[in-house]
Design a protein around this ligand. Structure first.
Ligand code: NAP
Length: 266
């Protein structure tokens, strides 16, 4: 051991599922480091968690779109005498629209946040995760099981998260590092507004609260599970998807996203 204290680093802890994950980890006795761009929100959450009697979380303002984000986070942790025991890669966003019509720079930024930063942060701290017998929770999506016309780059980033995390689960097992990929369906958060949908998603059978998703992810990680799809209906759908012809899936997603886009235009 090197004298650094172990913390759970949670990216995207300024909103939605990230806030819920922070509360679940804190409730279960983990010291936290909260990461996102909106520092005021992180500070408010850190105060809220400290008020419950848990250790006050560290706050690290960082933009995961930047290529030096992992270094900035590592240095900020070390400067405060901490190192990761658990790494929760939750930050991410989507964009609704056809890939050729959407802004190319924004779509590449999505790849930077959803894939590049997640990959670097999964790999950067493996020694310290192993030292503290911790692990990695990567937030994917049910979208990772499908091709996604109408949100093509987002679905593809989540397919990457799923594939990468499952492989890492297998690779890091021998080092005692747990790796779990959490694949939620629709969750009412700021995600829809950020994706360009002005209306929030109408709740359906697959919709789960951020709290339920976070609880399921936490439990799955602690149990060393490879993949968690929160919700019974959601699990069934992902099982069905795997047996469905790809051509049919494309047509179904295309129709659904097309309906969303025309609802936006009216
Ligand atoms: N909501 C859903 O329906 C749903 C379904 C399946 C999977 N997911 C996944 O769940 C994860 C969390 O999404 P959410 O629903 O909680 O969305 P959200 O409410 O919009 O929160 C997104 C979080 O990501 C952070 N983030 C975005 N860009 C960032 C950047 N460049 N640098 C640092 N942090 C950044 C945001 O923080 P700042 O803006 O403060 O930086 C925010 O904390 C995402 O990976 C998403 O793909 C969501």
């Amino acid at each position: 051991m090197n004298g650094l204290r172990p913390v759970t680093v949670i990216t995207g802890a300024s909103a939605g599922i990230g806030v819920a994950l922070a509360r679940v980890f804190a409730r279960n006795g983990h010291a936290l480091a909260l990461v996102a761009r909106r520092e005021d929100r992180l500070r408010a959450l850190a105060d809220e968690i400290a008020a419950t009697g848990s250790p006050k979380p560290l706050v690290i303002a960082a933009d995961l779109q930047r290529s030096d984000a992992a270094r900035v986070i590592g240095e900020a942790l070390a400067a405060q005498g901490a190192e990761p025991q658990f790494m929760v890669n939750n930050a991410g966003f989507g964009l609704v629209g056809t890939a050729a019509a959407l802004d190319r720079g924004e779509q590449l930024a999505m790849i930077d946040v959803n894939m590049r930063a997640l990959t670097e942060l999964s790999l950067a701290f493996v020694d310290s995760l192993a030292r503290h017998r911790g692990g990695i929770l990567n937030v994917g999506s049910m979208a990772g099981f499908l091709p996604g016309p109408g949100m093509a780059v987002y679905y593809a980033t989540k397919a990457y998260v799923l594939s990468f995390s499952e492989a890492l689960h297998s690779e890091l097992k021998s080092r005692g590092v747990r790796v779990t990929v959490l694949c939620p369906g629709p969750v009412p958060t700021e995600f829809a507004a950020r994706a360009g949908l002005s209306d929030s998603m109408a709740p359906g059978i697959l919709t789960q609260s951020a709290e339920r998703v976070a609880e399921a992810g936490y439990r799955g990680l602690m149990q060393g599970r490879r993949m968690i799809v929160p919700g019974l209906a959601n699990k069934l759908v992902t099982l069905l998807i795997r047996g469905f012809p790809r051509r049919l899936l494309l047509a179904i997603v295309d129709r659904r996203q097309g309906r969303r886009r025309s609802a936006q235009q009216t």
